[in-house]
Structure formats: structure tokens, C-alpha cells
Design a protein around this ligand. Structure first.
Ligand SMILES: NC(=O)c1ccc[n+]([C@@H]2O[C@H](COP(=O)([O-])OP(=O)(O)OC[C@H]3O[C@@H](n4cnc5c(N)ncnc54)[C@H](OP(=O)(O)O)[C@@H]3O)[C@@H](O)[C@H]2O)c1
Length: 305
């Protein structure tokens, strides 16, 4: 697998990362077995960057991943483990409590400790703030990052779903460079190409990590923004390109993301072994600028002027 340096860090990530949000499935014996196989397959296929969050399957994804690594002695040091914190589900800790964000010092420190325990690890290579807490205090977060770095629990820091102004605000208080902004980019959600997030990534050498990269191609996207007519037009273009490049539609989508000069790292979340192995074919396509724009136009439903 090709690799890429993440932001201004020394982390050398596989060009496509593997997301662990779905690895426990329904959390029964069968799906846990499938999830373990998915992680092992990803490692064997050359993925070295694994994305986690404290909330995935209420911590069960981190636990399962920790179990896989325990069964593969010596592998931890070869991997980049990214964690995320800051989202709190409703009814937590009390029934009736609202869903919310919490990027306070106390919460971040507690979340990292709990994640490391579940993962059975001493450190995270990268910690991302999962969502911008409306009440975040940049100075307090900068201080928290320093504590985590000083006690070697986290080596690098970044954000997720942050707007450009929020990245700038946080960066202005942090001594270390923010390494990544993990954002949704897929055929439905292209806002980062328009709202300046990807421009900022290029300018400040922050790596954009794309979540749900094949949403809307291989499975319904989180927020379905297209009409039936749009979907048919977009699907026809995917069909045309998949045939042209002798591949599958979702691989075209990955190639489309990889073409962007901000050096987007897609995070795939399939638990299907053959798809995990196939994803890297996107890196071998000589994907053209013309086809990039054909898909852009098909997606928008009007020509570029
Ligand atoms: N920062 C954030 O706010 C945020 C939010 C969401 C996710 N994430 C991260 O992003 C990662 C990836 O997200 P994701 O799992 O939604 O990524 P994804 O790769 O876009 O989607 C994976 C899903 O698509 C299905 N799929 C893929 N190719 C398919 C095909 N050809 N045909 C049918 N189904 C297909 C997979 O099913 P199979 O397993 O059957 O292949 C799986 O259910 C997550 O694991 C997580 O780490 C971050």
C-alpha cells in the first residue's frame, strides 16, 4: 500500500485508512468474529492506520481491536492508532440527559484514559476532537494537549468536523501543529470542497481524513440529498466510469477523493474481506481530470461554467 505523511507529523500512514466504527456489528459472537477477521485482513492488506472513537459501539470497538492486537504480538508499534473523543450520547449518565459535546480538560483526559484501557495500549498516535463543542475553550484544550503529550499518552493531535474558523482558533492556542481534520466527504457531501476546509488543509498542511467515503455509492448516505432523478444520473456516470477503468463504482469514488491535491485520506469501513483487499486498487487507477469533472457535473446536475 502507498503511504503518506500525516500533516506536519512523522506519522507515515497507509494512503487509505481503516475505520473501526462497524467492527463489532451487532456485537454477537458471529459479528465479533467477522470484525476480528476484518482487522486482521486490513493489516495483512497493508493498512497501518486504524481509526477509532470512544463512542463506537459504546467502547466495544476499541475492546475488540485491543483483543486482535493482543493476538498479534509486536504489531502495535507498526500501526497508527487514531482515537476520538468529545461526543456524549443522550441519557448519559442520567436518563433524560441530552446528547452533547464535551471538550473540557476533565472529559478529554478521562476519555483518553478509558480508551487506552479498552485498547490495551499505552499511547495513541493521534487524538482527534470528534466534533466542535459549542462551549470549547481553545486555551483549555491546548493545555490538555500539552498534558497528554508530556505524559506520552498521545503523540499527535487533530480535529474532526471542524470548520476553518474553529481550526484557526484552536491552532492559535496550540504549540503543536494540528495534524488532521477528519470530515465527511462523499458523493453527497462535498461541502469541504466549497467552504474552504480543504483549502485550509492544503495551506496549513493538515491532512483531510474522509469519513463515510463511499456513502451514497455503495450504501445510502447519512443524509440523502438527492432526488431519484439525481441518483439515476449519478449512478449512470459511475457505471460509465467503472466500465472504462474496469473496476467497481465505489473504487471510482475512492479514486475521485484521492485525486484531490489536499491529499485526502479516505477511511474505509467495510468489514467484508474481499472489499478490504480491493480498496487499494483505487490507488492504481490513472484517474483523469476529465472524469473527475464528469462526476462533479453529474453530481451537481448542471455543467461547470
Ligand atoms: N469523524 C466522524 O464524525 C465520523 C463519522 C462516521 C464515521 N467515521 C469514521 O469513518 C470510518 C468509515 O466510515 P464508514 O464505515 O461509513 O465508511 P464507508 O467505507 O463509506 O462505508 C462502509 C459501509 O459501506 C458498505 N459497503 C462498502 N462497499 C460496499 C459495496 N461495494 N457494496 C455494498 N456495501 C458496501 C460496507 O458494508 P460491508 O461491510 O458489507 O462491506 C459498510 O457497511 C468509520 O469506521 C469511522 O472510523 C468518522
Amino acid at each position: 500500500m502507498k503511504s503518506i505523511k500525516l500533516g506536519k507529523s512523522n506519522l507515515l500512514s497507509s494512503r487509505i485508512a481503516y475505520g473501526c466504527m462497524r467492527i463489532v456489528g451487532d456485537n454477537n459472537k458471529e459479528s465479533r468474529k467477522k470484525g476480528k477477521l476484518a482487522v486482521r485482513t486490513a493489516i495483512e492488506a497493508g493498512f497501518n492506520h486504524f481509526d477509532h472513537a470512544d463512542i463506537y459501539a459504546n467502547g466495544e470497538s476499541e475492546k475488540l481491536f485491543g483483543e486482535v492486537l493482543q493476538e498479534m504480538p509486536g504489531i502495535r508499534e507498526k500501526l497508527i492508532i487514531t482515537g476520538k473523543c468529545g461526543v456524549i450520547f443522550p441519557d448519559n449518565p442520567k436518563k433524560g440527559d441530552p446528547g452533547r459535546y464535551n471538550l473540557s480538560k476533565e472529559h478529554i483526559l478521562k476519555s483518553v484514559d478509558e480508551s487506552l484501557k479498552r485498547l490495551k495500549m499505552d499511547y495513541l498516535d493521534l487524538l482527534l476532537l470528534h466534533r466542535p463543542d459549542f462551549l470549547f475553550n481553545a486555551e483549555e484544550i491546548a493545555e490538555t494537549f500539552e498534558i497528554l503529550k508530556d505524559n506520552s499518552k498521545v503523540l499527535n493531535f487533530g480535529v474532526s468536523n471542524f470548520r476553518t474558523s474553529q481550526v484557526s482558533l484552536l491552532q492559535s492556542f496550540c504549540s503543536m501543529p494540528l495534524v488532521a481534520n477528519q470530515i465527511e466527504i462523499n458523493i453527497h457531501n462535498v461541502s469541504s470542497l466549497i467552504d474552504g476546509v480543504l483549502d485550509q488543509c492544503q495551506q496549513q498542511k493538515i491532512t483531510p481524513l474522509a469519513w463515510c467515503p463511499v456513502g451514497g455509492v455503495a450504501y445510502p448516505a447519512w443524509r440523502n440529498t438527492f432526488s431519484k432523478e439525481d441518483e439515476i444520473r449519478i449512478d449512470n456516470e459511475f457505471e460509465y466510469q467503472a466500465k472504462k477503468y474496469d473496476t467497481e463504482k465505489w473504487i471510482i469514488m475512492l479514486a475521485w477523493l484521492l485525486k484531490h491535491p489536499a491529499e485526502i485520506v479516505p477511511i474505509i469501513g467495510s468489514t467484508n474481506s474481499s472489499r478490504i483487499k480491493a480498496a487499494k486498487h483505487a490507488l492504481d487507477l490513472d484517474y483523469s481530470r476529465i472524469d473527475w469533472y464528469r462526476l462533479w457535473e453529474a453530481r451537481n446536475g448542471h455543467p461547470v461554467v
